[in-house]
Design a protein around this ligand. Structure first.
Ligand code: SAM
Length: 275
């Protein structure tokens, strides 16, 4: 008998992947967690039946959350990752020697535990001495830390369940206050095919708080629609003013100094959402 994992990306459309083995299926205190071995994408973490990350395509998302902001800020010493319990963004942050400390705050310790066990190529830097892992609510953490971080990255699940607050205007104001006077934040802001309203709303809210707001895209085949957006809010530094020739070539497979600016060139139907 064939077994397939299907994610319903809308009420009438989804993707499906043939499953070789299920390693974990557990209802945690916050979400329905599964770790499955798929033939096409390798080991896959899902939460509430949504693809979070896969061994085969994870590099795109994790590189594109981390590197544009870390190469825009001239001295990103203190970094915060909200969510990101699979460790992929932290792995990319650790490629930046200027980062003295990276704090990860994920509400669900089971995501961290099972990612360390079943996704070692993604979660491998969570034990780095420069990393502090906190199991807690990112919304609370943000409001308890003022003027504390150079860069904040929001690597949360979609705005459902515990992540709903992580897409609210109050959260972005909290991020502004938790950033230092020249801080930068970036958040994954879903896809323009099925979540155009979310992208518009977040962009409007962030523009009311930050002087510089930029949106960029990347191709993530296992995420809804495959076209993913990221929204960056900055107090001082503009990613489009970065001298790409000064960006070093890192051990990456998607992000590059050449792609740094190109990623901010949006398809017209996406431009129209964020004008
Ligand atoms: N890259 C994925 C995406 O774009 O959907 C996200 C991956 S990461 C596993 C998402 C994490 O956000 C989960 O581990 C979840 O526990 C965490 N999360 C959700 N709400 C949170 C909150 N309020 N505070 C901290 N972490 C939260």
């Amino acid at each position: 008998m064939e077994l397939w994992f299907t994610e319903k990306q809308t009420e009438s459309y989804g993707i499906t992947a043939k499953v070789k083995e299920t390693y974990v299926r557990e209802q945690t205190d916050f979400q329905d967690l599964a770790m499955i071995e798929t033939l096409e994408w390798g080991t896959m973490l899902t939460l509430d039946d949504m693809v979070m990350t896969t061994v085969k395509d994870e590099f795109v998302y994790h590189e594109m959350v981390a590197h544009p902001a870390l190469f825009t800020h001239p001295n990103p010493r203190h970094v915060l990752v909200v969510g990101g319990g699979d460790g992929g963004v932290i792995r990319e942050v650790m490629k930046h020697p200027k980062v003295e400390k990276a704090v990860l705050v994920d509400i669900d310790g089971k995501v961290i535990e099972y990612s360390k066990k079943y996704l070692p190529t993604i979660a491998g830097e969570l034990d780095n001495p420069r990393v502090e892992v906190i199991v807690g609510d990112g919304y609370m953490h943000i409001h308890e830390h003022k003027n504390a971080y150079d860069v904040i990255m929001v690597d949360s699940t979609e705005p459902v369940g515990p992540a709903v607050e992580l897409f609210s205007k109050g959260f972005y104001q909290g991020i502004y206050d938790a950033l230092k006077e020249d801080g930068i934040f970036v958040a994954q802001t879903d896809n323009p095919w099925f979540k155009a309203d979310l992208i518009e709303t977040v962009n409007r809210d962030v523009k009311e708080i930050f002087p510089i707001v930029r949106v960029y895209c990347a191709n993530i085949p296992t995420y809804p629609s495959g076209l993913w957006t990221f929204t960056m809010g900055s107090k001082k530094y503009d990613p489009l003013q970065v001298d790409a020739t000064a960006i070093p070539e890192l051990d990456t497979k998607y992000y590059s100094p050449r792609l740094h600016h190109a990623a901010f060139v949006l398809p017209k139907f996406v431009e129209n959402l964020v004008k």
